[in-house]
Design a protein around this ligand. Structure first.
Ligand code: ZN
Length: 187
């Protein structure tokens, strides 16, 4: 069944999942499949993800849009797309314990506050993306997404760090050899 819900880990799992099936197996589908919702209760899919709306397609589309947020370009269109997607996620009605919750925003007129309140894993992951986007990077060795501890971090693990070091050393030796060969030819 579904693993313990940890939006931080789930976000990385979504970005790194080789297939949508593998993500769904570990975390379940993101939001209930659209077919089981009454028509008109969800605008998430119709607005962004096209048809048909299988759970796999939802996961695949979100993985691609969310990974786009990690390497966000200066392109105003890309930003608008992501802003709109996140707004739609937070305002897509979700049923929690039989009650429809229309929004992930907790608004209090007395306190004068607006706080995000995740209703499901997708809300949690979208919030995590907003908060941690700049700390997520792609490993320079294995290409996996990971959370950087320091802004200079380039590799996801000590294994990848030492593999990268060995690769650099090998490349350095190779270059040395080639420049020696060239040097000899020149004479
Ligand atoms: Zn790595």
């Amino acid at each position: 069944m579904v693993a313990i819900v940890d939006p931080r880990r789930a976000l990385l799992a979504l970005l790194n999942a080789p297939t949508a099936e593998q993500f769904i197996e570990a975390y379940g589908p993101l939001r209930e499949p659209i077919a089981s919702k009454k028509a008109g209760t969800s605008n998430l899919h119709s607005a962004f993800l096209g048809k048909p709306h299988t759970p796999q397609e939802t996961v695949t589309s979100l993985a691609s849009l969310f990974s786009g947020a990690v390497s966000l370009s200066q392109d105003a269109k890309d930003r608008l797309l992501l802003n709109t997607l996140l707004a739609i996620i937070f305002n897509d009605p979700v049923t929690v314990n039989g009650t429809v919750q229309p929004t992930a925003l907790d608004v209090d007129i007395v306190l004068g506050t607006v706080e995000p309140r995740p209703r499901d894993l997708l809300d949690g992951m979208a919030l995590e993306l907003l908060r941690s986007r700049k700390m997520i990077a792609r490993c320079g060795q294995c290409s996996k997404f990971f959370y950087r501890q320091f802004s200079k971090d380039k590799y996801c693990s000590t294994v990848c760090t030492s593999e990268a070091r060995l690769r650099y050393q090998a490349e350095w030796v190779q270059k040395k050899r080639e420049s020696k060969k060239k040097g000899r030819k020149a004479h």
